[in-house]
Design a protein around this ligand. Structure first.
Ligand code: FAD
Ligand code: NAD
Length: 444
């Protein structure tokens, strides 16, 4: 059995490592067009901020995969095409220019995603950056250290925009963050997004919504009303798009969201080809509808399942909630499941609760967090949650995500038997209160 994997970051290397454990005798080869492998993209903002060394986020190289798993990883090798009938790949060695073929019994496509390039003039300017991989992060950090920019403009208020903003502020830059939409951050409903915006503004960062950038230059970003937002470093963080051209050109079907279509076993329409990570479309556990929620957490899980199924197992992937968490200065923002906007668009009869409670008693140093829950009036099931606060948010987010994963209802929130002692929580936890408010709404 010969397994070829395309892409060597979170999805591809997870699939390879798992496949090796199940198939001691298989030949496993990974082709990766870049030079860095198996790194934590999630640590890149903190490397830019000077908080962690690069070595801590790229712990492995091809030698490690060879000695630990007997997997041959070929870096700077781009797969140019896939022939599903003859199970043959055409590959280019990007160092030498040599083009050659290789054949597989089973293929894994884990080609990930690329930063989206919005239709803005001047994106190729030397002071304009995207952040998707290690080389992008090195370029940004080098620019900061060599050119010593004083002002930065970040276009996009998603997770990357805010995480990098915090790290640029830590390096002493004055930051303006621009968002085209009327509110910041894609997964937050407007009133929750406003809490985040006000907090960031209080920290001295300028946040502009309804900001439509038409052009960038070494002087800054120009909006459609002609106003120049000065910045000698510009980061474009306006989302990502799945790398699906290779799969599409081979005849592999894509889903309605643009990611590669896979079944519950993460198999594509070709029974010899699996796909995992940021290049696939998944299914929402809540709505059961297809969605595109690319995250490192999901890439690792789907990679592991593909590794299992390559060896003849039939492990199914249940879909995901798109649970996301990020921090900005002392604030933690968490979202899971559907937003109110999503739920309404999907036709649910929505009830919501808003509540602000401390994560533990004030005498134990508790801090307030704001929780919004969204539930379905008809089935009484929880649909989604958004949380913003300084401490204890991660714990509540994960409990809510667990409740959502098992199709929990409003009454389940009220009855959860959560641990209580003053150093950890309040007698009635903020989660219980959210359930009680939803129940009141239900009975109105
Ligand atoms: P990728 O990381 O995109 O890797 C795919 C690889 O395939 C690439 O290296 C690419 O070069 C290679 N490839 C593509 N086409 C070919 C080809 N034709 N031939 C050969 N090789 C090819 N997620 C979280 O869950 N939590 C976080 O805190 C978090 N923080 C993040 C912070 C930043 C700054 C970034 C950029 C991402 C963050 N993410 C986070 C997202 C996470 O990094 C991604 O979800 C994860 O990297 C996806 O892994 P992947 O293997 O599917 O895809
Ligand atoms: P994103 O999709 O999270 O946010 C992009 C933002 O840019 C949106 O608010 C969008 O409205 C805005 N935008 C789009 N076009 C614009 C334009 N022309 N002008 C101004 N604003 C514009 O994308 P991202 O922040 O680039 O992150 C990419 C991926 O990395 C996401 O999948 C994210 O989940 C993942 N990531 C996750 C974490 C985490 O889990 N903590 C951290 C960083 C990145």
């Amino acid at each position: 059995m010969k397994i070829i994997i395309i892409g060597a970051v979170a999805g591809g290397t997870s699939a390879g490592a798992k496949a090796r454990r199940n198939n001691p005798s298989a030949r496993i080869v990974i082709y990766e067009k870049d030079q860095d492998i198996s790194y934590s993209g999630c640590g890149l903002p903190y490397y830019i901020g000077g908080k962690i060394p690069l070595s801590s986020i790229i712990p492995r190289d091809p030698d490690y995969f060879k000695s630990k798993y007997d997997i041959d990883v070929f870096i700077r090798h781009e797969v140019l095409s896939i022939d599903l009938v003859s199970k043959t790949l055409i590959i280019k060695n990007l160092r030498t220019g040599e083009i050659f073929t290789d054949t597989y019994d089973r293929l894994v496509i884990s080609t990930g995603a690329s930063a989206f390039r919005p239709p803005i003039k001047g994106l190729d300017s030397d002071s304009v950056f995207f952040l998707r991989n290690v080389q992008n992060a090195i370029a940004i950090k080098t620019f900061i250290e060599e050119k010593k920019p004083k002002k930065a403009v970040i276009i996009g208020t998603g997770f990357i925009g805010f995480e990098v903003m915090e790290n640029l502020v830590a390096r002493g830059l004055e930051v303006t963050i621009l968002e085209r939409a009327p509110k910041v951050t894609p997964n937050l409903d407007p009133e929750m997004a406003e809490i985040l915006k006000e907090y960031v503004e209080k920290k001295g960062v300028t946040v502009l919504t309804h900001a439509n950038v038409t052009e960038v230059s070494p002087k800054g970003a120009i909006l459609d009303n002609g106003v120049l937002i000065p910045g000698d470093l510009i980061l474009v963080a306006t989302g990502i798009k799945p790398n699906v051209e290779l799969a599409k050109n081979a005849g592999i079907l894509l889903g309605t969201t643009g990611g590669i279509l896979v079944d519950q076993y993460l198999m594509t329409i070709d029974t010899n080809v699996y796909a995992c990570g940021d290049c696939i479309e998944t299914q929402s556990i809540v709505s059961k509808k297809p969605h595109y929620r690319p995250l490192g957490s999901t890439a690792n899980k789907t990679g592991r399942i593909v590794g299992e199924n390559l060896s003849g197992k039939a492990i199914s992937y249940p879909g995901n909630l798109g649970t996301g968490i990020f921090k900005v200065f002392d604030l933690t923002i968490g979202t899971t499941g559907l937003s109110e906007t999503d739920a309404q668009n999907l036709g649910y009869e929505v009830i919501v609760s808003h509540d602000t409670k401390t994560d533990k008693p004030q005498y134990m140093g508790g801090h307030e967090m704001t929780i919004k829950t969204i539930a379905d009036k008809k089935t009484e099931k929880l649909l989604g949650v958004q949380l913003i606060g300084s401490t204890g948010v991660d714990k509540r987010l994960d409990v809510f995500a667990t409740v959502l994963s098992f199709g929990g209802k409003i009454k389940d929130l009220i009855n959860l038997d959560l641990g209580y002692a003053p150093p950890f929580s309040t007698t009635k936890d903020p989660i219980h209160y959210s359930g009680m408010i939803l129940e009141k709404e239900l009975n109105k």
